[in-house]
Design a protein around this ligand. Structure first.
Ligand code: AMP
Ligand code: MG
Length: 400
């Protein structure tokens, strides 16, 4: 039996980022950049106007009137210099013509025929953007291992990139085990239950950014389990659920070992989610998660998600946390840390966290009601109002 931290360290020691691939720009959204990207040119490429207005040389202004000798629409460049004492009409983004250093917005002038009168002072250089002020050719625009969000897509597009190099998504096999399991779509019959774990786990894989591959249900028998696991080894990572406890029919570990896998740990000091095994088989990680539905999801959260995120090149692999005030007291009279499912609400005076009722390892409803989870150490009672750290699965609830 290992502690949660120890288990995480063992796992992460055995996980390496996957290779990268080049994708059409927009398909890179949500992935992690696989390399540094440098600017091939300056942005902006020229000094340009920040406003629709008039450009001129501020040093050459005599009095407050300027003759307007031309027009520079967006998308065009004026190559002839603007004479001292003259101005040109200019659109936002248009290059500042030679002979000009300053722009006044349209609303700050009065037009009288072919001349303009400045209604206020024109500070030299005002309302202009300088060449390269955003980024200079050769500077790093995107760092490797940063998340590709819409703003990174925009930056890459402005650098003329049509594609982006990102870490590959892991293909993750999901295998349920248990003679009692029925596929969804079946009607429940006495003694049988619906295989829900394959779906909750596949959804967790997808939500983490991986690509789940359903491997169906293996009967509680070593040979059959071996066959399905072998099939699962075509992916990058395998998750099984159930059959990893100490029952007579719990044969997942035996199957992994029979196939030549090496069990790196079995059982973690936590509740729920104690019966978890982590193994390396054919050089690939295998997670044997518990069968109880809430325990399976929580152990995915604690152990599989960080591994998947590391494979996808993420640097931040753990959930963000918030500090919240506990509503009601919570006690852990056991000898293992308890992971308590909580609902966090944003209140006027800060976040409040409430346990979501019965915390049995079988109860999915305490997870559907939750948006976070927290740890309570063994032999501890936390009074109402205590400040606790909650790992967030989603957004805090905002009360109307
Ligand atoms: P096990 O660890 O295989 O003994 O499973 C523990 C409990 O979880 C049993 O009550 C199982 O019926 C239940 N369980 C196991 N696998 C699944 C599954 N795929 N979907 C829903 N419940 C499951
Ligand atoms: Mg079972």
């Amino acid at each position: 039996m290992v502690d949660i931290e120890e288990a995480r360290q063992i796992i992460l020691r055995h996980i390496a980022p996957l290779p990268t691939e080049e994708l059409p720009l927009l398909q890179g959204l949500g992935r992690v950049a696989g390399e540094d990207v440098y600017a091939p040119w300056d942005i902006p490429a020229t000094d340009n106007s920040a406003m629709d207005g008039y450009a001129f040389s501020s040093a050459a202004v005599q009095g407050d009137s300027l003759f307007v000798s031309g027009n520079v629409p967006a998308g065009e460049e004026r190559t002839t210099p603007v004479a001292a004492g003259e101005a040109v009409r200019i659109m936002t983004g248009a290059p500042i013509p030679q002979g000009c250093d300053t722009v006044v917005p349209i609303e700050d002038v009065e037009t009288i025929g072919d001349t303009i009168r400045l209604l206020g002072d024109a500070r030299p250089g005002s309302h202009t953007r300088k060449r390269g002020e955003e980024i200079l050719a050769g500077q790093r625009a995107i760092a490797a291992n940063s998340l590709v969000r819409p703003q990174e897509i925009g930056m890459l597009a402005s650098l003329g990139k049509t594609s982006v190099r990102v870490y590959r998504r892991p293909r993750v096999g999901v295998l349920a085990t248990g003679d009692e399991l029925l596929e969804i779509g079946s009607l429940p019959v006495p003694g049988k239950i619906i295989n829900s774990n394959s779906y909750s786990i596949a959804a967790q894989v997808a939500e983490s950014g991986g690509d789940p591959v359903m491997l169906g249900i293996a009967e509680d028998e070593v040979e059959r389990t071996c066959d399905r696991i072998r099939e699962g080894m075509r992916g990058d990572l395998l998750i099984t659920t159930g059959g990893v406890s100490v029952g007579d029919r719990d044969c997942v570990k035996e199957a992994i070992v029979a196939l030549g896998g090496e069990i790196k740990f079995w059982k973690v000091r936590m509740k729920p989610g104690k019966p978890v095994a982590f193994a390396i088989l054919e050089g690939k990680p295998v997670f044997a998660l518990p069968g109880n539905p809430a325990a399976a999801m929580i152990s995915f959260e604690m152990f599989v998600r960080p591994a998947l995120l590391k494979m996808m090149g993420h640097v931040r692999i753990f959930r963000p946390t918030v500090t919240a005030a506990l509503t009601g007291s919570i006690a852990n009279r056991g000898d293992r840390p308890h992971l308590i499912r909580v609902r966090v609400e944003a209140r006027k005076d800060g976040y409040a966290a409430s346990a979501t009722g019965n915390q049995s390892s079988a109860r999915l409803s305490s997870l559907t009601a939750a948006n976070g989870f927290m740890t309570i150490a063994p032999g501890t009672t936390l009074p109402s109002g205590e400040s606790v750290i909650v790992s967030m699965l989603g957004r805090p609830e905002v009360l109307p």
